[in-house]
Design a protein around this ligand. Sequence first.
Ligand code: ZN
Ligand code: ZN
Length: 581
Amino acid sequence: MLSLDRPFTYELDEGLVAGIGSLVQVPFHGRLVRGWVLGPTDDVPDRILRVKKAVSPVRFFDRSMLEVIRWVSERYVAPLASVIARSYPPRVASEETNPPTPPRSSTDTPRPDPARILPTYRAGSEMLTALEGGAGAFVVRPAPEDEQRVAVEAVGAALAGGRSGIVLVPELEPLPATASAVLEAFGERVALFAGGSQRARYRMWLDIGSGAFPVVVGTRPAVFAPTPDLGLLYVSRESHAGHREERSPYYHVRDVALARGRASHAVCVMSALCPTAEAVTSGAVDVVPLGRGWPPVEVVRPGPEGRAPRLVSALKAVTRGFVFEPLPGYGVARVCRACGGAAACASCGGMLRSQEGSVRCTVCGADGTCANCGAADFGIVRGGAERVEEWARAVAPVPVRRTGPGDRPTPPGDREVTVGGVEAVKDFGPLGLDLVGILDADQAARRPGLAARERALATWMEAAAWASPRGRVIVQTRHPGDPAVQSLVSGNPERFHRSELPRRADAGFPAGWPVFRVTGDATLVDELEALHPRTLLSSSDEGQTVCLVALDPGAVPAFGRTMRAFAERGVITRVEAEPHL
Ligand SMILES: [Zn+2]
Ligand SMILES: [Zn+2]
């Protein structure tokens, strides 16, 4: 609870063999509760109670991890105790007395490929030098064919320097090619920190802490993995939405990795074909190939029903390809065939979409019935991934398969074309496709959300990167001069960021400036205004006021203190950091 978010002082007997990071039992308001030892304090009250007992022999954090945990608590205005509780997996107490797994430092696994890529990148040698014993933050924009090998090379450099590395991937299902490459290169020395039983997961966390695995691969929680001698935090596909924690305490892996890099004197690498505005403005050193390989990208206007003649003729000659269509379904209901009225959901007035053989409301999910007459027969304006699958099948000389929502995405087979949306674009490694089509590119500009265009460009670039250097990428748009389209053509997001950064600032939410969504009572707006935020937007509904606040990065500590005071006074009920805008 934010209102109780402060340390309490107790006397710790030496005989308890406890210290910083220990889980202990203490008396609190007449009850016995658990807490973690944060360290000694000079601020000793007159009356002081004693720590009752040590609950576990395990130290759940050390000084440098506590620094990171405190940073997360302050930056995201989250109670320190809830950040600590989330920094390690649920305890299985009986594992704590089992003998630790011996270190996997044997050299029986092959060393990484000696054909080094990073020395051929601008600032790549600087990054390698830092990895061998120094610190620093780097944004790597790999050439498509280098993405996985750069990660392996960075981990190899950290190990060569006698340090450990953590590779953070946005998801594990399907296993990203970057994760597979690291697993393959370093074998037994890698802890794949994911899934398994609660016992296995806790065992692995204990083993990581005792130094059994010099390499850790995992999703968000792995950013707190207690690897000794940390040298590298590698954030793969930094712009992926999966790096943001969606439950309280909210945090972004990129920012925690940067903070942990500072606390542990380690290197933080943010790797992406299209890094976020936050990474670009973080002050990190850019690492890019000197000569960048990027497939040729042709920009065409969508033809009838979104089919440019050039795309149709390319599909006629395709052997292996991918067609990106961001919209699901077969089409949108426009008119009721019974009464002739405009089609709209009878329950909520929302748009009706034909998908997987039935017409449903895109807003409330109800079966599609006419708001006017109750009929269920509509004239459909065709468009969407199902329709694309249908017409692509009619022209392509090879089988066409669609990845629908809920399907397990897999790359196109040797002689196959796949059709899919965002959910189909995964880290599959270089695929060498002879055709990648990007349809409905203009849809991105109509999506709500400040970062929607950035996310769309990242997805396009990840899909385009599947094309072989001799392959073709065809993007359909009515706005060929759009900076995102231009960045897709060049394979370089700089042009896009040049236009995007001022746009974000004009909207009141400059990249890299902390944003919070605060929920509370009617006095909230005046209270927040007194803090002089960069931007304050508010709305009220049923006695609840919701405010969006953008702050100068330096103002976050003071903001956090105020939020904790508000929580004690009952002014606020919820603080969400970095909400989706
Ligand atoms: Zn509806
Ligand atoms: Zn009707």
